[in-house]
Unconditional design. Structure first.
Length: 254
């Protein structure tokens, strides 16, 4: 069975890093690449048994590929500090590696907690992520550079796991809102770079459509206030990124 390196890129993750590392029972090695934390993240990671490399920030795909390149083993489990590997997922990862002869990677469903509730509705679930992969056959930066929502591109067959990767992304609603503002700016910039344009009709149509998709079609209403909040926030994100794209278009015309 192939050995496994777990990689984590960090910046000021003192609240999360130790619990994240302790969940990685399936890994033969844990490698943390830190980009200048000021809250003691590297020391906490070392105290938890991880190997730590400190390096300036080049961008998400580049940092994740660098982490994979510095790992001891070819099979990589790339996770974020706000994610947790359950014992059930750890066991499934080991089983997948034992039978991975014809696979170069595996997608993992991600289950997100919001307002104290694990959401199996809205666009947030199952949110499959290609995080377990053979670095010889897959990478983060093999596609045109993305400023947000980076992903692994695999050159071969990819399987799917069934156990969830737990995700705890936001401390509170304010944290959620601030993060959406940052990501919507990056998304708008990325769309503009890719030549995407937006008209008034699309700007009016997409946000309510996003809310209805999340709340009704994706059954957000079953998750009570948390489902309503996520549906509204997702619609707000769509409105923000398209509004910012509209502003970029206007600036270019001027």
């Amino acid at each position: 069975m192939p050995s496994l390196s777990a990689t984590i890129i960090t910046l000021n993750e003192a609240e999360n890093i130790q619990e994240c590392i302790s969940s990685l029972t399936c890994a033969d090695e844990v490698l943390v690449v830190d980009s200048g934390s000021t809250d003691g993240t590297p020391d906490l990671a070392r105290a938890s048994g991880a190997r730590v490399i400190e390096r300036d920030w080049p961008g998400y795909p580049e940092q994740k590929d660098f982490a994979a390149s510095q790992a001891t083993h070819d099979w990589i489990l790339s996770i974020d500090a706000d994610e947790r590997v359950t014992p059930e997922l750890a066991a499934e990862v080991r089983s997948a590696l034992a039978e991975a002869a014809d696979r170069v990677g595996f997608r993992i469903p991600r289950l997100t907690n919001h307002m104290g509730r694990w959401l199996r509705t809205t666009d947030w679930y199952p949110d499959h992520q290609l995080r377990l992969y053979d670095r010889r056959q897959a990478s983060w930066a093999s596609t045109p550079q993305r400023l947000v929502h980076e992903s692994v591109t695999a050159r071969g067959r990819v399987g799917e796991l069934t156990q969830d990767l737990l995700h705890l992304p936001y401390r509170n609603l304010e944290d959620h809102y601030v993060t959406l503002q940052r990501y919507s700016t990056l998304a708008a910039t990325q769309m503009a770079r890719n030549g995407r344009r937006i008209g008034a009709f699309a700007l009016m149509f997409h946000p309510p459509a996003a809310f209805l998709r999340n709340y009704l079609l994706k059954l957000g209403f079953l998750d009570g206030l948390a489902g309503l909040t996520v549906s509204a926030m997702n619609a707000h994100y769509v409105a923000a990124k398209f509004s910012k794209l509209w502003m970029i278009q206007g600036e270019r015309r001027r």
